[in-house]
Design a protein around this ligand. Structure first.
Ligand code: FES
Ligand code: FE2
Length: 437
C-alpha cells in the first residue's frame, strides 16, 4: 500500500513533477530508426507528457522537437521535411534538428528576429535501430545503458511495441510480478508427465522470492523445489527506471531472452517496448514476425495490430483492447484457460488496464508474493529523493551493468543463487546458458 501522496509522487511523469525529473535524467527509447526516413514524413511522438515531432533530415540526422511551432503553435507534424530542416506549413518558418530557426520567409530579409526564436529540441542518439532521446539537463547527459537487445546485430533481435492505456507504474509492476504467470497465463488442465522439467517445476504456484539490490536495480530470484535436495531458480531483473528482463525461450543450449521497456507517453498511456534477443545466434522464424508461436506470446505481432494512424504510437495499437474486452472468450475460460483472453500480452494488458488509468494504491493488500514490486517502489521513491537533492538516480552511473539476462537453473538447496550462472546473467561474452536438467 502507498499513501495517496507517495503514489502521486511516483506515477506522474510530466515536466516539473518529482518522478518526471527522475525519468528525465535517463536516456529514453523514443522510436525505431526505420520509423523515419531521410526527408520523409515526420512522426508524432509523445514522451513524458510532451508532444514532440521526430524527423530525419537529408543528412540522416534525427530531430526531436516540440510539436507546436514557436511562431503561433501550428503542428510541425504537418511540416515539410526539406533538406536540412522541417518547415511549418502555416507561414513557412523552418527549424533544423537542433531547433534552430533557419528561415522566416514571411519576415523582412535581414530581420534579427529569426536569431531570437528557438524550438525546444532534445538530444537524440541512435544505436542499432533505436533512436534514444534525452529530455534532461544538458549538463548531465549520461552514457546510453548497455541493454543487450540494443547491442546485438539486427538478425539477433526482434522488437515490437504496444500502446497500453494505463499509467506506466502498474505496467512495470505487471512486468516484474513473478507470481501471476501461474494464474493469468496458465492452462486449466495440464499433464505434468508431458511437461519439460522447467514447466513442471513452474506448476508450483507459491514460489519463494529472493531479491538482490544491484547497481542497475534489482535481481529477482524465484525459488521452487526441484527434488529432495535441489531447487529450481528462475532469475529476472528490474532495471531503473522502467526496464525488465523476464524470461528465456527458444530452447537450449542457446536460449533467447525477453524483456520490456515500459516508456511513459503521459500519465495514463504507456508505450510497452518488447524485445526478444539472442546473445549468440540469429533468431529463428518461430521467434519473430507473425509465426503462430510468436502470436500467442508477448509481442504485438503484425496481424494483431489495428491499422496504423498518425497519432503517437499509432502503428502499435492492439486489435484486442478495452473496447472489445480484449477478445475475451468465456467458453475458453470455462474449459481450457485460467483467463479466456487469447495471448499473453492481451492478458497482461487486460488486467493492468482494468486497474484504472492510474491504479489507486491506497487500498491494496500486498502479500509476500509482492516483495519485488514493494522493493521497486522503494527504488523509485529513493530516486525521487536523490534527484530532489540534485543527485544522479540509480543506474545512470553504471551503464555497463544493464547488460543482464534472465535465466533459470537447478542447484543444490544450499548453493548461492546470486553466484550460480553469474557469467551468463551478467552478459559476459563467452558465457554459456546453464543447462536445465
Ligand atoms: S505557425 Fe508555424 S510558421 Fe506560423
Ligand atoms: Fe504477464
Amino acid at each position: 500500500m502507498l499513501s495517496r501522496e507517495l503514489n502521486e509522487r511516483i506515477v506522474r511523469v510530466g515536466a516539473g513533477t518529482p518522478m518526471g525529473a527522475v525519468l528525465r535524467a535517463y536516456w529514453l527509447p523514443a522510436l525505431l530508426s526505420d520509423e523515419i526516413q531521410c526527408d520523409g514524413a515526420p512522426l508524432r511522438v509523445r514522451l513524458l507528457g510532451e508532444d514532440l515531432v521526430a524527423f530525419r533530415d537529408s543528412s540522416g540526422q534525427v530531430g526531436l522537437i516540440q510539436s507546436h511551432c514557436p511562431h503561433r503553435g501550428a503542428s510541425l507534424f504537418f511540416g515539410r521535411n526539406e533538406g536540412a530542416g522541417l518547415r511549418c506549413v502555416y507561414h513557412g518558418w523552418k527549424f533544423d534538428a537542433h531547433g534552430t530557426c533557419l528561415e522566416m520567409p514571411n519576415e523582412p530579409p535581414n530581420s534579427a528576429f529569426q536569431a531570437r526564436v528557438q524550438a525546444a529540441a532534445y538530444p537524440t542518439s541512435e544505436r542499432n535501430g533505436v533512436v534514444w532521446a534525452y529530455l534532461g539537463p544538458r549538463s548531465e547527459i549520461p552514457e546510453l545503458p548497455d541493454l543487450e537487445w540494443n547491442l546485438v546485430p539486427a538478425a539477433q533481435r526482434y522488437v515490437t511495441k504496444r500502446v497500453q492505456q494505463c499509467n506506466w507504474v502498474q505496467a512495470v509492476e505487471g512486468g516484474i510480478d513473478p507470481s501471476h504467470s501461474g494464474f493469468l497465463h496458465a492452462a486449466l488442465h495440464v499433464d505434468p508427465s508431458a511437461l519439460r522439467p522447467r514447466d513442471r517445476y513452474r506448476l508450483d504456484k507459491r514460489p519463494r522470492f529472493a531479491l538482490l539490490e544491484t547497481a542497475y536495480g534489482l535481481r529477482i530470484g524465484a525459488r521452487r523445489p526441484a527434488d529432495a535436495q535441489r531447487v529450481y531458480w528462475s532469475v529476472t531483473h528490474f532495471m531503473m527506471p522502467f526496464y525488465n528482463v523476464f524470461n528465456t525461450s527458444g530452447g537450449e543450449p542457446e536460449p533467447s531472452v525477453g524483456g520490456f521497456a515500459w516508456v511513459p507517453m503521459d500519465d495514463t498511456t504507456t508505450l510497452a517496448w518488447c524485445f526478444t534477443w539472442n546473445p549468440r545466434r540469429q533468431l529463428r522464424d518461430d521467434e519473430q514476425g507473425d509465426h503462430p508461436r510468436v502470436r500467442t506470446g508477448v509481442h504485438l505481432t503484425p496481424s494483431a495490430r489495428l491499422p496504423t494512424t498518425s497519432a503517437p504510437g499509432g502503428a502499435w495499437r492492439p486489435v484486442a483492447n478495452r473496447s472489445n474486452d480484449y477478445l475475451l472468450d468465456r467458453d475458453l475460460q470455462r474449459t481450457r484457460r485460467f483467463f479466456g483472453v487469447p495471448g499473453i500480452s492481451p492478458q497482461d494488458a487486460a488486467v493492468q488496464e482494468s486497474m484504472g488509468p492510474i491504479a489507486d494504491r491506497t487500498d491494496e493488500h500486498l502479500g509476500s508474493s509482492d516483495s519485488a514490486l514493494i522493493q521497486v517502489r522503494r527504488l523509485w521513491l529513493n530516486a525521487v529523493d536523490e534527484r530532489a537533492r540534485g543527485g544522479i538516480p540509480l543506474g545512470i552511473a553504471s551503464p555497463h551493468g544493464y547488460r543482464v539476462r534472465a535465466t533459470e537453473f537447478v542447484i543444490d538447496a544450499e548453493e548461492d543463487w546470486t553466484s550460480a550462472a553469474a557469467d551468463w546473467v551478467t552478459g559476459r561474452p563467452e558465457a554459456r546458458s546453464p543447462l536445465l536438467t
